[in-house]
Design a protein around this ligand. Structure first.
Ligand SMILES: [Zn+2]
Length: 291
């Protein structure tokens, strides 16, 4: 058997699958309840052994919030996991499992999941964008996950779309995330992003204007993505998919408004299909091809 783990700031999920990638059992726990990296590794190893039910486990892949060092299997200093600094999680789990463990960025693996089993099926090159508290991406180019020379490809949340725009958490000014990210919208409005989207859906004109503006900026990011990668499909995932009917018309309109990204090369825009399972599905896929 092989295993895929999706480690998030809220939940950690484990999936055990056949060597062909068919998931046979899953488990999850709250990350905060496990508290320390040691306990997360111990819990994941226990679950994998339990779910494998006596069958041999060849190894595992973990999707974790960036920044990570995939070559060394280390979580560097993820903002979503306070206190996790230079954690060699892949090694910690490998020691417990007695098999190889690969570490990869969570958005990359969610993208890989959508590419093989979700909204990206049938595409050649796909960019997966996760739009939630933050904004990230996974790049699947000609069937391969592209993670860059340092494992940081796909940081589209920190593409600068207005050098005089608001200050971003990353230190730059006018990033996509500073305009569109849920945390940033929350800071600017004093409301939770979920509340803004809910009020917009209920016809509140002020909230609708904020949502429209955020989606307009994301639309500009999509034009940049189309120009840089020329994907046939862009899949949008993350919390914003709950408000898809509000944002997708704006995204499509901004993308269409570019006189340069003509219809013949305009990527199709799709809503993610796997929801919060995308990460574990992608982790299994990564384990299948990399162990
Ligand atoms: Zn930034």
């Amino acid at each position: 058997m092989i295993a895929g783990i999706d480690l998030g700031g809220t939940q950690v999920r484990v999936a055990v699958a056949s060597p062909e990638g068919e998931i046979v059992a899953v488990a999850r726990a709250r990350t905060h309840a496990l508290k320390t990296p040691e306990r997360v590794a111990a819990w994941a190893a226990d679950q994998i052994v339990r779910l494998a039910d006596g069958r041999q486990v060849l190894g595992a892949a973990i999707g974790a919030p960036g920044p990570i060092d995939p070559a060394r299997g280390v979580l560097v200093n993820p903002p979503n996991l306070p206190g996790w600094r230079n954690v060699p999680l892949a090694g910690m789990l490998a020691e417990r499992l007695g098999g190889p463990v690969r570490l990869q960025n969570d958005a990359n693996l969610a993208g890989l999941g959508e590419y093989h089993h979700g909204a990206g099926r049938g595409s050649q090159s796909m960019v997966y964008i996760t739009w939630s508290t933050g904004v990230g991406a996974g790049l699947i180019l000609e069937g391969q996950l592209y993670s860059g020379s340092h494992g940081s490809a796909g940081e589209i949340g920190h593409m600068i779309i207005d050098p005089e725009g608001p200050l971003c958490q990353c230190g730059q000014r006018g990033c996509v995330e500073a305009f569109c990210g849920g945390a940033s919208l929350g800071r600017q409005t004093g409301l939770a992003a979920v509340q803004i989207f809910d009020e917009a859906a209920n016809g509140d004109s002020e909230a609708a204007a904020i949502v429209r503006q955020a989606a307009t900026h994301m639309g500009l990011a999509l034009i940049n993505v189309a120009n840089l990668f020329d994907p046939d499909v862009i899949v949008m995932g993350g919390g914003v998919t709950r408000s898809w009917h509000q944002v997708s018309p704006v995204l499509a309109q901004v993308l269409r408004s570019s006189p340069f990204v003509r219809a013949w090369r305009r990527p199709r825009l799709r809503r993610a299909r796997l929801g919060d399972r995308a990460g574990q599905v992608g982790a299994v896929e990564w384990a299948r091809v990399n162990l």
